[in-house]
Structures are given as structure tokens and as C-alpha cells.
Design a binder for this molecule. Sequence first.
Ligand code: ADE
Ligand code: ZN
Length: 332
Amino acid sequence: MESFVRGLPKTELHIHIEGTLEPEMMFEMGERNGVALPFQSVEDVAAAYEFDDLQSFLDIYYQAAAVLQTENDFAQLMAAYLAKAASDGVRHAEIFFDPQTHTERGIDIGTVIRGFARGQKRVAEVSSTLILCFLRHLSPESAVEVFEQARPYLAYIQGVGLDSGELGNPPELFAEAYRRAVEAGLRPVAHAGEEGPAEYIWSALDVLGVERIDHGVRAADDPALVERLVREQIPLTMCPLSNQKLQVFPDLRCHNLKELLDAGVLVTVNSDDPAYFGGYVGDNYLAIATALDLSCDDLAQLARNSVTASFLPEDRKVALQQEITEYVASVL
Ligand code: ADE
Ligand code: ZN
């Protein structure tokens, strides 16, 4: 099953580029840029990555991102991720970045975006686009402000998203920032129903008008919502190892991915913050397959869903679905 998963053509739709910062690169950049870290060694880091919930992870994650300083740093991070993705069978990635994490500490948004663009160019085998995310623990005004700072760079960006601490920060607060982003042509998505309630999924759909829900595991609490997700084929970008590390489920065997997949929801598997959660996208496919006893047919369906749920043009989707069909026929 391992080689089946690694070779299975797929897209990655829920990956935070700042969450691909591996400890080794974090130390390298910290030293190069004179940024002190709260850890002494890679072993220290492993001990610190025991999380109780989303917030306990975010506290460390935002601190670590401070090592990213120059255009080169952002390019190096992006190229390293895309090279890993290529070895996992990823053909296309739609990649979140959090500009406020960098602009709040005085880094120019142009440095961030130009750096990512350079890194994207270095890895030709994986196509990729950027999704600008607003940090929901910051104010709605700050979201509007960072969107305006990003305006000169919209040619580099395909989508707009919403992440960070969910509870108490509902989607509707960010209606104005989304209105501007959508008017400018960006495709809207949002994290909802990770730790927050099913109501946040409704408001992400109805107030922000999102086309995909990131995580969305709490949708299962609300049968009318599940019915809508199925009827409208609204994708959920799920991240099993993230949910396990952040204790969204008491055990991966309790994860509701298979239940929602079987109900007809357009479920996808993704990696969220792989440097923190113990694995890239292939590891996520394998972990959830083991925990829920998924078949190779289920895994192929998840890969097909990842293509359907992407923002790729129709001709590229058709070609990738064909590639999956041929791959499955050749190995099964
Ligand atoms: N930022 C990075 N990872 C996140 C997650 N899992 N939920 C919300 N915000 C995030
Ligand atoms: Zn996420």
C-alpha cells in the first residue's frame, strides 16, 4: 500500500507553507539570520511538539516563523516543500501562506510573495498556486489592510483563505476582506469546523461564499449540513495527522473521514502542517488508511476527489483523472 500511495497521482489542497518548516531548516535560518529560537536542539523541538489543541500548536508555529527573513528564505522553504511533494506523487499544490505572520514583524509582503514565486519556479514537476490566508485571531480591519498590501501581487495569488485560532473568531467577521478578495477574482476557501462548531461552516458558505471548507470535520454534527455538502459537492480538505496531533479526535480510529466519504461528501486528504504533525500528504493517506481500514479503491477515490476539488482548469483535471485511472489499472 505504501508504494501504491506514493505513486498515486494527487493534488494537495491544504498545506500551510509555514507549516513545512522542518526543524533542521529552522535552525539553519535562525543561525543565518541571528534569530533566537526557544529550542536548543532538534530533540528539544520533538519534545515541544506535543500539542493539546490548536492554540498550543499555533503558539510555537508563529514563533518559529520568525526565522524567515529574506526573499531567499521564502524561496528555499517553498522549493524544499515542492521537492518533497513531488516525491509523494503530488502533481499540483494550492498552497496557503499567512502574510500577516510576516508583515506584523516588519517583513514587506513583496519579499514574501516574490520569494515564494522564485521557489515555485525551481520545481518544475509540481504546478502550484498561492492562497493568501487571513489570520482570524487578528482584527477584520487587519485582514482588509493586508489584502490591500497584497493587491500589487494578485497575479501570483489564486485564492483567499482564513486560518489560525478558530473558536470565538467566526467567519462572518471577515466578510469585508472576502468581498474585496472575491471582487478582485480570488477563489474563496476557509478553515471551518476544525475545533469550531458546524455553524461556522454554514457562515463560511453563506456569508463568505467559500467554494471549499478546510477541515470541516464538525460538519458531521449537523445532518442538514452534510446533506448540503453532498448536494452541492462542496469539498472538505481534511488533514488526518493534524487532527490526531491537535487532539480533534481522541484517536485516529474515531476519525469521521470514511463516514463522510461514504455519505457522498467530496472528502480530500491533505497534510496541513507536515513539519509539525509527523508527515506529508502520502503519510496522511497511509495513516488514515490504516486507522479506518481503507481499501486501495477508497484511496484512489480520495485522489480523484483531490483533482475534482482543485482550482485547476478543466482540461488539466481531465488529464489528471486519466492519469489516476491509468495508474490504478497498471498497479492493481
Ligand atoms: N494554521 C496552520 N495550521 C492551522 C490549522 N490546522 N488550523 C488553523 N490555522 C492553522
Ligand atoms: Zn490548516
